[in-house]
Write a protein of this length. Sequence first.
Length: 318
Amino acid sequence: MSGPTPSSRTVGRWLKAERLRPWRYHNWQHIHDPEQFLKRARPVLELYLQAISLLKQGIWLVCMDEKTSIQAREGEESPRPAQEERPQLQESRYHRRGACHLFAGLSVGDGKVYGACRERKCFADFQAILQQEIIPEALRRKMHTVKLILDNGTTHAPKQLEAWLQQLPVVQEGKLTFEVFWLPTNASWLDQMEIWFSILQRMLLQPNHFQSLQELEQAMTDFIAYSNQEAKPIKWTYTIEKLENKLEQRIKQGEEQKVKQSKQTTESTENKLKQNKEQNSKEKLKQKIAQKLENYLKERKCQNGELMANQNSDRISA
């Protein structure tokens, strides 16, 4: 039986009273293996806390990543400047003038960025940025060790990178030593390079109005040079303790789930054994009944045979 439908005002009062806003949402990603995630994230978070002191010791901590498919879009009309109580107007219709990929490395200790645009996005381009930007800067800074923080993207070739780094001339000559720290999978929020990319997106790439791909690349190069003039290290506040607290509940849930699954498996096994035992008992009972029936039929057959023999004998005697 359906009741009266509440009015929109009533629903609004209920939501306000419960402080609910169901029309708003945040993206959330489930961590499948908290223990493995923590194992990979812990050394990265420790390095973030030590980045400035490591820099003084000749150890350079660099986060490297790439911002892919950055499009140069030219609006059919140029943006109209902001006016009093009116925002800037951006033409919604545009023409694509090409796209490029920005490979960059962030010096965690001082906040400076080193990078360049490439037409492709592959391991060879990543190698080129390392050789053209990172290694010369490390030598200029007179560093003896470079610690790279990378995600697991195919561009970084996790299975090839470390072996390739050991074959570099600067490593063979003993001028530099490379160490690679891999972020957990699906953990871009732990990559400080992504924070700088978001700044680039908000301050330069939006709104997007570039007449050519060359203009876009030059604008990003100028932005890197400008931001490096007053660069500061990112104020990183996310510690290992915070991550452990975040994952502690998930780890407990995982253990409880394992115990529950183990219990269910045990119960399922016991039920199967019980069913098999009952099935075997039924089969044995059926066999006994069949055997008894067979013996009974044999006895009746023998009795009938003897009875007929006696009757025949009596007839013959008569």
